[in-house]
Design a protein around this ligand. Sequence first.
Ligand code: ZN
Length: 184
Amino acid sequence: MKNFMLAALFEAHQAAAKNEVPVGAVAVVNGKIIARAHNLRESAHDPTAHAEIICIRKAAQKLKSWRLNDVTLYVTLEPCAMCLSAILQSRIPRLIYGAADPKAGAHQSKIKLKNINPLRQKLKVTPGVLAPDCAIILKKFFEKLRNKHFNRGSCRFSCFKRIAASRFRKIGESNSHLSDLSKH
Ligand code: ZN
C-alpha cells in the first residue's frame, strides 16, 4: 500500500516542479500501476484537471472501459467533491488517500460521502496513508509560494488593488473607487 502511495507522491513532486499544487494519483489493478497523473490545472488551463480526474481518464483509456470495477485509486490528498463524484461514477470500489483536506475534502472533511452517493455505491476508503509526507509537500509548496509573493517588490499594492477590486465587485460597486490606488 505504501509503495503505491510513494508512486502517487512522486507524481505530486512532478506537479510541484511545474508550479502546480502538488497532488498526485495512481490507479492500480492486480498489484500493478496502470495509470499515473498529477494536478495540471494551471498548465492545462483546465479547472477539472485534478490528479484524480486525469488518472481516471487514463485508466479508462487503458482498460478501454469506463467501468473501473477492479481499480484501486491512490491519491496524496483527500479528494474534492468533483473527484469523489468521478470516482463513484467510474465505479472504482477502493480509494486510498494520504492527507486530509479540511477545506475542500469530500470524504471526511467537508462533505459526507452519503450526500453525493445517491446510488449507494460501495466505496471502501482508507485515509491517512503516508499522510505526513503527503501533507508536507503541500505545506512547503504554499510556503514557497507565499514567500515568493511577498518578496516581490511591487506586490503589496497590486495585491491590495486586486483584493479591493474583488471586494468592490462583490458588493456591486464600480472599480472607479480604485482610481486613487492607481497612482501608486
Ligand atoms: Zn478534485
